[in-house]
Design a binder for this molecule. Structure first.
Ligand SMILES: C[S@@+](CC[C@H](N)C(=O)[O-])C[C@H]1O[C@@H](n2cnc3c(N)ncnc32)[C@H](O)[C@@H]1O
Length: 234
């Protein structure tokens, strides 16, 4: 309704008609208004602990000559998941490795926010350990800006998960959390099938706590690690 009012339209129906006539700015505005962008730094904590303590050590051993890793935060929202991962990798002493973290989201507004790497006080109060704030952020007026050594590990692009993923990857770890819940079964199957193809053999998918590959794509091996569940590409 705020978009209806802002554009001097009479109703949601009229807005739909207008969007169908390919007004792309208006279409973007509607997508941004319809998506739920809730996120926070180190959301759920358990997957990050499991990644650091159990999943990454054998991967680092396998890659010790190449010293290269790639990650995808596939519904990145305003970027906290991707930046949490980057900070965690720096804490693990991987500064000299070639690390590529791609963050993507359907919402171009969220992609812009993520690229800006600036967060409000209320956002850094959620999930971010205080020593990380001191070490990886600088104060900018009322906001906090992520430092360049973290920023340069992460890049953000607009991407709709319903698109073909042939050009994506290969990745070692894909985060696709708290977004599958919004799709019907056929779309979930399509997305999981495509993600499977973007992962290296031995790579891992991480879903949200309420999500699973069970009965959707049985090629993944469900692997509980502590309080987290990873989906392995065998
Ligand atoms: C609830 S947030 C989850 C953010 C983060 N993954 C987390 O768990 O904290 C869901 C995100 O999915 C994005 N999204 C919704 N539909 C999408 C689609 N078809 N393709 C890509 N991203 C989508 C939304 O814009 C939103 O930023």
């Amino acid at each position: 309704m705020p978009i209806v009012r802002k554009n001097n339209l009479a109703s949601i129906d009229q807005l739909c008609d207008k969007v169908r006539q390919t007004n792309s700015a208006l279409r973007r505005e509607v997508v941004d208004a319809m998506t739920t962008n809730e996120t926070l730094f180190f959301r759920d904590v358990a997957p990050f602990h499991a990644l650091r303590n159990s999943i990454l050590p054998p991967l680092l051993e396998r890659r010790k000559l190449l010293r290269k890793l790639s990650f995808w935060s596939a519904a990145a929202s305003s970027g906290q998941e991707a930046y949490s991962l980057a900070m965690m990798l720096l804490e693990m002493g991987l500064k000299d490795w070639t690390i590529d973290i791609l963050g993507t989201d359907l919402s171009s507004q969220m992609v812009e926010r993520a690229r800006s790497a600036k967060y409000m006080q209320i956002e850094v109060n959620r999930g971010l350990p205080a020593p990380y704030l001191v070490k990886y952020f600088t104060r900018q007026g009322l906001d906090w800006a992520i430092k360049d050594d973290v920023r340069r590990m992460v890049r953000f692009e607009q991407f709709d998960l319903r698109q073909n993923m042939k050009a994506m990857g290969p990745f070692d770890v894909v985060f696709c959390r708290n977004v599958l819940i919004y799709f019907d079964v056929a779309t979930k199957k399509k997305i999981l099938g495509e993600i499977f193809g973007t992962l290296h053999r031995g790579g891992h998918l991480i879903l949200g706590a309420a999500e699973t590959t069970l009965n959707l794509d049985d090629r993944f091996t469900r692997t509980p690690v502590g309080d987290a569940i990873f989906y392995l590409v065998p």
